[in-house]
Design a protein around this ligand. Structure first.
Ligand code: ZN
Length: 80
């Protein structure tokens, strides 16, 4: 089965594991990039993010949104 979200999901998990996701006033989170050079403001309820992936690639949920949703427990990871 092809799941186009999978690479984004793996990156999102890494962001959470590295503590790159900082929850702000609900429903906002700040997500720092893996390299620490950028930070993105995410609305994890309305699924908005100001990153290039979300703005230009037309993805419904970028890795930052996934990461924030994983962090808050909104998105439950499928058990392998
Ligand atoms: Zn994003």
């Amino acid at each position: 089965m092809i799941n186009n979200n999978f690479p984004r999901m793996e990156k999102a998990i890494k962001l959470v594991e590295n503590n790159n996701v900082i929850l702000m006033l609900y429903p906002t989170a700040i997500v720092h990039s893996i390299d620490g050079l950028k930070q993105y403001k995410v609305d994890f309820v309305n699924e908005c993010c100001d990153c290039e992936d979300k703005q230009f690639n037309g993805v419904s949920r970028c890795k930052h949104i996934f990461a924030a949703q994983i962090k808050t427990g909104m998105y439950r990871l499928p058990r392998a």
